[in-house]
Ligand binder design. Structure first.
Ligand code: AMP
Ligand code: SF4
Length: 446
């Protein structure tokens, strides 16, 4: 979340990232700027935003501009040094960066920068942006220095870069991750998802285009397209799982796409059943679509505990399936004696669904038809979504029939890639975790 031109900028950035806590729960931070004094201040911490900013006095983050970020570890480890926004003083002044996405040429760039004398203070790929900007040709204008630096990076980045007199918002040329622009009370605001605008009461204006740089300062708003044109390939997994259903992402409402995935799934894999049961919360929207298209009523056969802290104490003699049961429980009052269709968005390692099916059987469910509102997850993501290595992905090792047997379902159906594209309104997306076709390549290519 970014804000330029509001006296409560830091507080607004905090509220914005609060609305997208689902995008990262490992750490968070806000960096604020007083442009008149060229003074930056920061507050960062590990854990959830509510804890990091508990009774926080926002007077400690003064200024008319601010950027905020939630950390979700995809590169580097989960330590405070890796919590964003990053801030550094370079020859051109202070620079703060918040990055959503993941670079794929990190190793070669980092090695090159270290050979050149750069001292890294984190293991995150995001710090590379700061070192590149710090080393840019001093003859270049500030905007050229930033964009020339970005041209050397490969991968996914939606960025907010706060400089002493301006805020830059950048979307990588493939537009892998979202970034939207809005207006609030005379200020310009940026956010990954529009639900952040809704929380603060801002108006959504538009998405940044792939490859666009928007510069906001007291002189107004400018837009640049400094990068060589590439085929846009936004991340389809934002629609499948990652984004909140009430957000507009890549110009479309996530809820309506996700429920269309459920409708397509019902057409592709019908089932003879009494009830549709969503896996909360990830499967709820697709399950509504499945129910609507199939005419099978939807009921809450799985109940979620929303109050799980970051850690809980497991009994010494570990109870079987405890991990999933603390979060979800089967509801016998709904499922007992029934044939059910259970809908979730994805099977990653296969552990969750196997335990859920076991729980549903104990609660008395008869036939269990498992339906997944995306194709099998066969390949890891290198562009900013945390997925286990290929070997850990159950669908990279097993056929659909083998997975069905492993999880103990009576039938198993995944949405086809064509169905996924149809629901999402086209095939111009990255879908590499389902197809293995990486539009920008993988770290092994650099
Ligand atoms: P698993 O037990 O490994 O098969 O995990 C499956 C569950 O993880 C499903 O309920 C998904 O909604 C959820 N899920 C899918 N992708 C991700 C992800 N990248 N990060 C966290 N959870 C995910
Ligand atoms: Fe999104 Fe999957 Fe592509 Fe990663 S690999 S950017 S999760 S579609």
């Amino acid at each position: 979340m970014g804000v330029w031109g509001h006296r409560e900028a830091a507080n607004l950035a905090y509220l914005g990232i609060f609305a997208v806590q689902h995008r990262g729960q490992e750490g968070a931070g806000v960096v604020a700027l007083e442009p008149e004094k060229k003074k930056f201040s920061a507050h960062r911490g590990l854990g959830l935003i509510a804890d990091i900013f508990d009774e926080f006095d926002f007077e400690k983050l003064p200024g008319r501009a601010a950027i905020g970020h939630n950390r979700y570890t995809t590169a580097g480890s989960n330590v405070l040094a890796n919590v964003q926004p990053f801030y550094s003083q370079v020859s051109r002044g202070g620079v703060a960066v918040a990055h959503n996405g993941n670079l794929i040429n990190t190793d070669s760039l980092r090695n090159e920068l270290i050979r050149d004398g750069a001292i890294f203070s984190s293991s995150s790929d995001t710090e590379i942006f700061l070192h590149l900007i710090a080393r840019a040709d001093p003859k270049l204008s500030l905007i050229d220095a930033v964009t020339d630096s970005l041209k050397r990076t490969k991968g996914a980045y939606s960025l907010l870069i706060l400089l002493e007199d301006r805020l830059l918002a950048v979307r990588d040329p493939a537009g892998l991750r979202p970034l939207a622009m809005g207006k609030f009370d005379g200020a310009v605001v940026f956010a990954s998802e529009t639900c952040e605008f809704d929380l603060i009461g801002a108006n959504y204006e538009r998405d940044l285009e792939p490859g666009e740089v928007v510069e906001v300062s007291d002189s107004g708003i400018k837009s640049y397209f400094p990068f060589a044109k590439e085929k846009p390939t936004p991340c389809i997994f934002e629609y499948v799982y990652f984004s909140r259903p009430d957000s507009k992402v890549f110009k479309q409402n996530v809820y309506s796409i996700r429920s269309k995935m459920g409708e397509e799934l019902a057409r592709e894999h019908p089932a003879n059943a009494d009830l549709v049961i969503p896996v909360p919360d990830s499967g709820v929207t697709a399950a509504m679509g499945y129910s609507r298209a199939s005419g099978i009523p939807i009921e809450q056969g799985l109940i979620r505990n929303h109050y799980i802290g970051r850690t809980f104490i497991e009994p010494q003699q570990s109870i079987r399936d405890f991990g999933v049961r603390i979060k979800l429980n089967a509801n016998p009052g709904v499922v007992s004696g029934k044939d059910i269709v259970v809908v979730d968005d994805s099977i990653v390692r296969g552990t969750t669904v196997k335990k859920l099916i076991h729980m549903l059987r104990r609660a008395g469910a008869k036939k269990i038809h498992m339906r997944i509102s995306a194709p099998p997850t066969t390949d890891p993501c290198y562009y900013g979504v945390d997925t286990p290595s290929k070997g850990e992905l159950i669908a990279s090792r097993m056929s659909v029939e083998e997975i069905r047997e492993f999880i103990g379902a009576d039938s198993l159906g995944y949405l086809s890639i064509e169905g996924l594209y149809k629901a999402s309104g086209g095939s111009e997306y990255c879908a590499a975790c389902f197809t293995g076709k990486y539009p920008l390549g993988t770290p092994a290519d650099f």
